[in-house]
Design a protein around this ligand. Structure first.
Ligand code: BEZ
Ligand code: FE
Length: 295
């Protein structure tokens, strides 16, 4: 019989694991349990506090369904999503950032220069740039997906007033690696705060806001897929993003312009932008598929 004590319980957990356990699984589990046990000892965790934590997780399970995953949100607002993401993408390319829950597969394809704004309220924003490798070489045939909120801070899937795939598109770069689209300025918005994560925010005096951003996925053969976001310089929530997604190289100026003749010639919207319009220039730098993540 094992004489389990405060001092031996961590080793007892390890001793109970079978010899055929996959080594990486065993390593990750061992570290997790070591840290959990150390956490309980360090905080002198009470039974009531542990039960409160378990209720938090139970509530997260109960509010989750096919559309909503509160566990992913917990991972996001505790910084775990961003931390794991940063650990897995230490390379010379553009920084990655959180995917979030509002990406939809199958967005309509737009030609380079296409218009996403259509009837959406708000100032026109021209987003353009080049997809290139870390060697500076422009990448032909890169596929870019963009999705964003409307001016009211809602994604189409949250808002019955917007049509399917409103403000979502995919686009393929030509020989020069260039992409360009006209759209509207996205707005800051709150992550869902009507569940356990909201309780966490209120208990800790935290804000549920995310700074306004454009979401992108960029993929090209031979390169690591990039999931990222582009933020607007000057946004009031840049320094307190609820999900820790902001990186220095992802903050862009929305340059105010009034000269319609300065718009590129290949835009679907032609010279019909509202004035002032804004320009966001952002190049995506993809790391080669083989780029090693240092450990
Ligand atoms: C988003 O940017 O869409 C998002 C990311 C994480 C949690 C909630 C929303
Ligand atoms: Fe978002």
């Amino acid at each position: 019989m094992k004489d389990v004590s405060i001092d031996t319980i961590t080793q007892a957990f390890l001793d109970y694991c079978g010899p055929d356990t996959d080594p990486r699984t065993l390593f990750v589990l061992r570290k997790m349990v070591e840290h959990m046990h150390a956490f309980a000892k360090e905080t002198e965790l009470t039974h009531a506090e542990w039960m409160r934590g378990l209720k938090f997780l139970t509530d997260a399970g109960q509010i989750s369904d096919d559309e909503r995953n509160e566990f992913v949100l917990i991972s996001d607002v505790t910084g775990m999503s961003s931390l794991v993401d940063m650990l897995g993408s230490r390379h010379e390319g553009t920084s990655s950032s959180v995917l979030g829950p509002f990406h939809s597969v199958g967005a309509p394809h737009l030609p380079v220069g296409g218009d996403l704004k259509k009837d959406n309220e708000g100032a026109t924003v021209l987003v353009e740039g080049v997809v290139k490798g870390t060697d500076g070489q422009q990448i032909e045939g890169a596929v870019i997906e963009l999705w964003q909120t409307a001016e009211n801070g809602l994604y189409y899937s949250q808002d019955t007033g917007q049509g399917d795939f409103n403000l979502c598109c995919s686009m393929t770069t030509g020989t020069d690696g260039r992409y360009a689209m006209t759209t509207v300025k996205p707005a800051p918005y709150k992550v869902p705060d009507d569940g356990p994560v909201g309780e966490l925010f209120r208990a800790t005096g935290r804000e549920p806001w995310r700074p306004s951003h454009l979401h992108f996925i960029v993929q090209a053969e031979g390169y690591r897929a990039l999931v990222t976001e582009v933020f607007a310089n000057g946004d009031p929530y840049l320094d307190q993003d609820a999900v820790f997604g902001v990186r220095e190289d992802l903050i862009m100026d929305y340059i105010e312009c009034t000269d319609l003749d300065a718009l590129p010639d290949d835009l679907q919207i032609g010279r019909n932008a509202t004035v002032p319009y804004y320009k966001v220039n952002f190049d995506f730098v993809l790391a080669p598929e083989a780029a090693q993540t240092p450990t």
